[in-house]
Ligand binder design. Sequence first.
Ligand SMILES: Cc1cc2nc3c(=O)[nH]c(=O)nc-3n(C[C@H](O)[C@H](O)[C@H](O)COP(=O)(O)OP(=O)(O)OC[C@H]3O[C@@H](n4cnc5c(N)ncnc54)[C@H](O)[C@@H]3O)c2cc1C
Length: 442
Amino acid sequence: MIIIVGAGLAGLSTAYHLSGVPYRLYEREQEVGGLCRSYQKDGFTFDYTGHLLHFRQPEIKALVEHLLAGQLQRHARKSFIYSHQTYTEYPFQVNTFGLPPEVVRECLLGFIETLTKPVTSSGPMQRSFKDWILDNLGEGMAKHFMVPFNEKLWKVSLDELTSDWVSWLVPKPELKDVVNGALGIKDKAFGYNPSFLYPASNGIKVLPESFLPGIRGVRNGMELMEVNTKRKRAVFRQRADGRVREEAYESLVSTIPIPELLKRCPDFPQQLKDAAEALRWVSVSNVNLAVAREQVSDKHWLYFPEPAYPFYRVGFPMNFSPALGRSGCSSMYVELSHRPTEQLSDEELITRSRQGLEQAGILKPDDELVVADVKNLHYAYVYFDQHRARAVPAIVAELERRGIYSIGRYGRWEHTSMEDAIGQGKRLAEQLRTWGAQAVPA
Ligand SMILES: Cc1cc2nc3c(=O)[nH]c(=O)nc-3n(C[C@H](O)[C@H](O)[C@H](O)COP(=O)(O)OP(=O)(O)OC[C@H]3O[C@@H](n4cnc5c(N)ncnc54)[C@H](O)[C@@H]3O)c2cc1C
């Protein structure tokens, strides 16, 4: 028997691809989807901040297009950075046109300097994120976007983060593209998501729900409480009535955060449990707003690097899909990060978001808020730091030695996208099926 813990995209995809192999899928919440969920409030649909589909793996793209046949729409990305009271297109490094001339000059000169300066010889694990930015983009872009934006998001000095995750998220441009971007000449699309797919209606939750006809039941409202890794037994508690159920397993697939899993494994080596406790991450407050005015913005989402604004990003769901709200209105998701132990009250978050949106000219003082709702994403963005680089491979290897496969965004402790989570579930299921046919390795 294979036990899967967590019915987010990684767990659902594992179950979906295990066809024919006995499994049980347990989920703590009453609904599936994990981070990839949507909810309705007063005629508006919100995701747990914007979830947009972009693909690098053709097989996962084909799977999603099959599962959501006829339900997806493609959008050319309209994402911008708001700084110096100006909108410039994302990504910053190839779109400085429109900023004050002295800012553009600093960005250009700084970038040109990177082309002649010797690059730090250290590898991505040793090189800090800050040094990566300086080496690849230069002082000007560091000062005017990369450092203030990332320090606002990560809530930590960028010297403390490593650079082993940045290359596909933050591509290094060519000089020609940087110069064209400073002069406002456009000849190609940049970034990892120049266009994206999004469901025409009902929000991103249609994606996890599309797996359900292909899997045999999810045990919702069941929380993993304890795993005896030697005896291979997992204990779940029904959240509604506290009833406990014990399951014997051959393999256990965990998609819950590594620190949460190891807290529940009393017989796991203490040194690795301590290492899991020391993993760091940042949480996100997701403030969802709606106002009684049409098209407060014509963009999809905006980045805010300046400290004057409390949020790092704001998006407009009704510009992905008008069906996500009431006509004559606009909806917004506002993202503010915080250290996991330092959360503001909902009232404070809503007040600060509204003030920032007015200051940016997106809301007007007389705009009537028809929805103001806050969701906290406790685990949002994991830190890639020196500790993670040592701890995660050691923890994952020891788990696997005990027949536990930790996958997904927080199971691998990485910046997994929806596509990656689905891909990890698929690949693990295929492996487990092969091993099942041969007898599971020790
Ligand atoms: C702010 C933000 C924005 C994002 N935007 C995008 C985007 O635009 N595009 C994109 O591709 N990706 C985006 N992502 C990433 C995407 O959300 C994730 O990669 C994906 O949803 C992760 O799926 P998962 O199954 O690995 O984890 P999760 O979704 O976290 O699933 C884990 C599941 O385990 C359950 N669980 C936890 N503890 C227990 C327990 N003890 N017992 C039983 N069940 C338990 C949870 O309830 C949850 O359902 C974003 C992420 C964040 C934080």
